[in-house]
Design a protein around this ligand. Structure first.
Ligand SMILES: Cc1ncc(COP(=O)(O)O)c(C=O)c1O
Length: 492
């Protein structure tokens, strides 16, 4: 790959992309408006480039990202499914995109209907009584549920319940949300089948427990076998059960967490309902609850009365907002288009294909990468590279080598309880041909681990950047150009 210069290095004094016409309206003295002290004494150091320079620069950069539109992206737990373009067309409709949150409800009945429809459908799909679309991400939905559970216990004068139980396989956002809600976390063990260890769970239950956070299917991609008994045990102990719904892609249209005994759950619209993933948002972490938690929902709740959509803001027991206005509304439009495009039957086929695809991958490569727990998996499989580790090759090396074969790596080293974890989530979007190409690459890499491990240790070989010190890159990220910087180039 050729190197290409930073945009600052393309800069030539006085080169311009466009020259605005001379101003033909009276101007004010800027110093009098903002104060002379605030005026620049030297011009800003901006690159001086032509329009073509700018277009080439950003086009080159855009071609160096890897997304679901480039190729297979089996990042487990993240559900990187295809985002149908029709959703984008709907979200770009100016009737939605140009609506302003200050508009009186009467003038945005269509937008409010979209939110109301989704609230209703999400509650129906998950088996709860009511839903809110306000949280902007999954983790925000988790936090909202825990705040509502705390408010529920407080409303019953049960203030001592401040402990949240979290499985040792849980996603990191679970304990983080519990801490953010002012609670303390206790970890519950996973048993030898990859499910919650009932004995360990029982040993934690007591009058201090506010709730358990449980992902189903869990983060090992396995259905929680004793879910009915678990919910019963927790309720008998006076606590609530929250469902982390990040894995709803395995259940949608087939089974409902509300019917399993959960009290509330979050959904990531960007996982199950195909809205795009953003780096930290803007997304939608819809929350659905049973009726006993309804009074604590954030306002406004969109209601339909007498054929009109209205905002119910009179919610004295609400825990308060988790986002301004109605959350990230255009995500709702995309999810609405997705649900309408598939319908009830189509949604259940999503779960069936997602589960089939994950089991296909697991079956094809398990002789080299055995499953962490030997069970039929749900929408993702968690395999281990422990065979390769004996040869001095780590899961990380395998993932880096996959980049050379043109695939995005799977999730590594999560869940934490699986040594050398490779968590593969193909999603329902992928064809058998793509799955086979991925499995062939994985099997080739297993062979390379035996015959030429150095190829894996030094991978990736063709990517714009090789191996970074990831801890250093995260903690000491330096992406600012300074005039004194030595000329740098980036590979194209
Ligand atoms: C199991 C699980 N729970 C919670 C989350 C948090 O969701 P979000 O990234 O939308 O905050 C994720 C995200 O990947 C997840 O995989």
């Amino acid at each position: 790959m050729a190197d290409f210069p930073l945009i600052f290095e393309r800069s030539v004094p006085n080169r311009r992309g466009c020259v605005p016409p001379v101003c033909d309206v009276p101007t004010k003295d800027v110093a009098s408006l903002i104060g002379a002290d605030n005026l620049r004494t030297e011009p800003a150091e901006l690159p001086e480039v032509s329009e073509l320079d700018v277009v080439r620069h950003f086009t080159n950069l855009s071609q160096r990202t890897y997304g679901i539109d480039n190729g297979f992206y089996p990042l487990g737990s993240c559900t990187m499914k295809y985002n149908p373009r029709v959703n984008e067309a709907a979200a770009a409709n100016p009737a939605f995109a140009s609506a302003h949150p200050f508009q009186p409800p009467k003038t945005v009945q269509g937008s409010l209907r979209v939110i109301h429809d989704l609230q209703t459908w999400m509650a129906e799909i998950t088996g709860f009584d009511v839903a809110t679309m306000q949280p902007p991400a999954g983790a925000s939905g988790e936090l909202l549920c825990l705040l509502m559970i705390r408010a529920y216990h407080l409303s019953r004068n049960d203030a001592q319940r401040t402990v949240i139980l979290v499985p040792d396989s849980a996603h990191g956002t679970n304990p983080a949300s519990a801490a953010r809600a002012g609670c303390t976390v206790q970890s519950v063990k996973t048993n030898e089948r990859g499910s919650t260890d009932l004995q360990d769970l029982k040993s934690h239950l007591g009058p201090h427990v506010a709730a358990m956070m449980l992902t189903n299917p869990n983060t090992i991609g396995l259905f929680e076998e004793n879910i009915l008994e678990i919910c019963d045990l927790i309720h008998q102990a006076g606590a609530q059960v929250f469902c982390d719904g990040a894995n709803m892609n395995a259940l949608v249209g087939i089974a409902r967490p509300g019917d399993m005994g959960f009290d509330c759950m979050h959904l990531n619209l960007h996982k199950t309902f195909s809205t795009p993933h953003g780096g930290g948002g803007p997304g939608c972490g819809c929350v659905a609850v049973k009726s006993h938690l309804e009074p604590f929902l954030p306002s406004p709740v969109i209601q339909k009365t007498g054929g009109e959509y209205v905002l119910d803001e009179d919610r004295p027991r609400s825990v308060g907002r988790v986002h301004t206005w109605y959350g990230n509304f255009l995500m709702n439009v995309r999810a609405w288009a997705y649900v309408r495009a598939y319908g009830a039957e189509g949604l259940s086929s999503i779960a069936k294909y997602a589960v089939l695809n994950a089991n296909y991958v697991q079956a094809r490569i398990r002789h080299e990468f055995p499953p962490a727990y030997d069970r039929v998996c749900m929408h993702e499989c968690v395999l281990t590279a422990s065979n390769q580790k004996k040869l001095g090759v780590r899961a990380f090396d395998i993932s880096k080598r996959l980049i050379d074969y043109g695939f995005h790596p799977p999730t590594n080293y999560f869940p934490l309880i699986v040594p050398e974890a490779l968590m593969i989530e193909p999603t329902e979007s992928e064809s058998k041909q793509t799955l086979d190409a991925f499995c062939d690459a994985m099997l080739k890499i297993a062979e390379e681990a035996r015959t030429s491990p150095e190829l894996l240790h030094s991978a990736p070989h063709n990517a714009p950047v090789g191996r970074l010190d990831e801890a250093w890159a995260a903690k000491n990220l330096d992406v600012r150009w300074k005039p004194s910087s030595k000329p740098q180039t980036v590979k194209a």
